[in-house]
Write a protein that binds this ligand. Structure first.
Ligand code: 3H9
Length: 699
């Protein structure tokens, strides 16, 4: 097998080129090839400068993530970076695309660095439950200072080439062609006779100052407060701290020990699962990869409520021009004002510039007549969840939109096939289920109707990518994947309350598990009426012996719809969004509850909602509503605040052991009846000794 690292000579310059598509990851052959190429360049007396660059669309994007957890193979990355730094001839890393993780660590070990202006540089290991383990925690603070290192390593977000230059991480930013920029910089080194400049030997302007100690302490407090339960961020800080008090060699040892701790952590397994699951979600089974997508440049959004405006803003942020349709001028003015207010808040927070706000708003044109939508490439309906309202919209779109336009519904639960049947072109209809706030949330459920054409489906997935969302294909059923599963989850949470647990205890137990918010706070935030209408449809099709709670319905009956009405399971006085316990709710619950009050053990408080989620997930998988278990994980990780370090409900179930999960579900079945009928797929997997992950692999 030929090496993915090639060495060529251009006069006195050695060009070492890594060519390992798709992202030049540092698998064993690349590590070995790098050592070999650098050694050959050093041994060649004609060579005076070594240039490292990459083929394809990017510099090295990091260690090969697929190798983690497998038996390690020499040479190790930390030895490669150390060897590169120690070479006796000056070396230059030429960065384009992304220099991430081990990729940036290789660049930091080189003596000089230049980066193309649109390149991104980062140490995102923390997102995989790791820390930079090839010298990044030791070299970056030496180059850029502790504050920058803490931001980049604990935050995990890449920075731009300009920011990298400002912080001393790169020596020069260039535009245009790689090789000529590389040779021009190498020429300067040659002319000046500049030798190696080793980061590890550099004066460390920041070592051991009181300022560093306080920066580290502040970051530690921040992490403990905002990322409780996460394993690697505190270890990232400990490794950076080592750089401030130890010489390089000892710091590298400390970094290595901390890296190994992270590597062994179950959180690393879950976060790596998340990484690959997100990428797998974009692959649609049975879809011809050569299928042509339809061009989407102009989009209509029908309905200027919170959802419609959020969708319009999301489209505009990707540079798409939007026609926002409302029924009359007054409603349109309110909708456009909502768009301005939403972006205005981002400007005040400092997350958006005035100019970007103006550009985005200029892309949104308000209209009140369907005739204005004749030429759009895509129309997204975002009116309220009522089938008659959807019918009116889709009949109108069918009348006015040009042939080939994609007609999408943002329904969160209604039957997409019924909606498609309101048109004479069901093949052009697809579901685009955005999550609120649509301009912020990363999840997009792409609903594939019975007749949705492959090209429409592929175009919808492409749009998701363009909007920087994680798009997941789901099939048609009430609530699709996310809301249908969440309905089982909130059913158990409510039943627990009806049986005597308090709203706060149940929410607290699930937050303790790691959920971003408890089920009742989530219900209040999304609006109880939406859940009530799903619940009502569920009631109509309830199987023998199944039972549903009635608290949510009764709260709706007394006008408590959640945050938007100032009260739901919690109180929200004066428009506040922070849930406040309602002491009177206890009396209301006593009055409403017909269940016997049980002595609820603390474990049930989180286990019942979560196991209900897993059991329903198994049904959804068996019905083919989700393509794979990992897609379900992605939906809950990106749309429902499931803790990333637990990998999603199906991954979590695999980790617990499906036999144990089934045993517990059987126990609940005996105790609570038909709601807990174990999913046949779960029974089958346990009988065969398999996991959801193995089922995914079978494809
Ligand atoms: C590390 O470096 C540890 C060290 O500190 C210490 C070690 C001792 N490995 O995302 P895309 C695949 S930890 C293996 O769709 P994009 C990906 O699965 C690493 N495979 O493209 C996909 O495969 P497929 C730190 C990888 O253009 C294909 O490449 N680095 C890796 O949207 C395309 O990926 C990171 O965490 C990898 N490192 O985005 C960076 N990276 O086609 C992780 C990607 O079969 N990578 N693949 O589905 C990224 O952030 C993005 O992939 C990147 C490109 C921005 C590079």
């Amino acid at each position: 097998m030929s090496s993915p690292v090639h060495l060529a000579r251009e006069g006195a310059v050695a060009l070492i080129r890594v060519d390992n598509p798709p992202v030049n990851a540092l698998g064993q052959p690349v590590r070995a090839g790098l050592l070999e190429a650098f050694a050959a360049a050093e041994a060649d007396a004609q060579i005076k400068v070594v240039v490292l660059l990459c083929a394809g669309t990017t510099f090295i994007a990091g260690a090969d993530i697929r190798e983690f957890g497998k038996p390690p193979q020499a040479p190790f990355l930390v030895d490669v970076t150390q060897a590169i730094e120690n070479f006796n001839k000056p070396s230059l890393a030429v960065i384009h695309g992304s220099a991430l993780g081990g990729g940036l660590e290789i660049a930091l070990a080189c003596h000089y660095r230049i980066a193309r202006r649109n390149a991104r540089l980062g140490l995102p290991e923390v997102n995989l439950g790791l820390l930079p383990g090839a010298g990044g925690t030791q070299r970056l603070p030496r180059l850029a200072g502790v504050a920058v290192a803490l931001d980049m390593i604990v935050g995990g977000e890449p920075i731009t080439a300009d920011e990298a230059e400002r912080n001393g991480i790169v020596d020069q930013v260039f535009e245009g062609e790689l090789l000529s920029a590389a040779l021009a910089f190498a020429e300067q080194l040659l002319v000046r006779g500049t030798g190696p400049r080793r980061t590890g030997e550099a004066d460390v302007p920041v070592v051991a100052t009181a300022n560093n100690a306080s920066l580290l302490e502040t970051k530690r407090d921040e992490v403990q407060r905002s990322l409780p339960g996460l394993f690697s961020p505190l270890r990232c800080i400990a490794a950076i701290e080592a750089a401030t008090v130890l010489p390089l060699a000892e710091g590298l040892k400390r970094e290595g020990m901390l890296f190994q701790e992270c590597l062994q952590s179950p959180q690393r397994l879950a976060l790596v699962h998340k990484f690959f699951a997100e990428r797998k979600a974009g692959k649609i089974k049975g879809l011809d990869s050569a299928v042509e997508t339809r061009p989407v440049a102009s989009v209509a959004v029908i309905g200027g409520g919170t959802m419609g405006v959020g969708i319009a803003l999301s489209l505009a942020s990707a540079g798409l021009s939007v026609k926002l349709l409302e029924l009359d001028a007054d409603r349109l003015a309110t909708a456009l004002q909502r768009a301005t207010d939403t972006l205005g808040k981002s400007v005040r927070r400092g997350s958006l510039s005035e100019q970007a706000m103006r550009q985005r708003l200029a892309l949104i044109e308000g209209v009140t007549d369907y005739a204005a939508l004749a030429e759009v490439d895509l129309a997204i309906e975002a009116v309220f969840e009522d089938i008659a309202a959807k019918q009116a919209v889709f009949e109108a779109l069918d009348r006015v939109c040009k042939p080939g336009a994609i007609l999408a519904s943002n329904t969160s639960s209604l039957d997409l096939d019924r909606i498609a049947a309101f048109t004479r072109r069901p093949q052009d209809v697809v579901g685009l289920h955005f999550f609120s706030p649509a301009n912020v949330m990363r999840l997009l459920e792409v609903v594939r109707g019975a007749q949705t054409s492959d090209s429409v489906l592929a175009s919808a997935m492409q749009l998701g990518k363009r909007l920087k969302k994680i798009a997941v294909v789901v099939g048609v059923c009430d609530g699709f994947v996310g809301n249908r599963m969440a309905l089982s989850y909130v059913r158990e949470a409510e039943l627990l309350v009806q049986e005597g647990a308090s709203v706060q205890r149940v929410d607290g137990a699930l937050r303790e598990f790691g959920m971003a918010m408890g089920p009742f706070a989530m219900l209040d935030m999304s609006g109880l009426d939406i859940w009530q209408s799903m619940r009502q449809r569920q009631r109509a099709t309830l199987g023998a012996g199944q039972r549903l709670p009635n608290l949510l319905d009764r709260l709706c009956a007394v006008g408590r719809f959640g945050q938007k009405s100032g009260a739901g399971f919690y109180l929200y006085p004066d428009g506040s969004r922070t849930p406040q316990p309602d002491l009177e709710l206890v009396e209301l619950l006593d009055e409403l509850s017909s269940c016997p009050q049980l002595d609820i053990d603390p474990q049930s408080l989180w286990q019942r909602p979560l196991y209900a989620l897993i059991n329903e997930g198994a049904r959804i998988l068996e019905e083919g509503i989700a393509q794979r278990a990992s897609d379900i994980d992605v939906i809950f990780l990106t749309g429902y605040g499931f803790p990333a370090q637990r990998g999603g409900p199906m991954f979590y179930a695999d980790q617990l052991g499906l036999d144990k999960v089934l045993q517990c579900i059987r126990g609940y079945h005996r105790c609570f009846g038909a709601n807990w009928q174990p999913a046949p797929l779960l029974e089958r997997l346990v009988a065969e000794g398999k996991t959801f992950a193995e089922l995914d692999q079978q494809g």
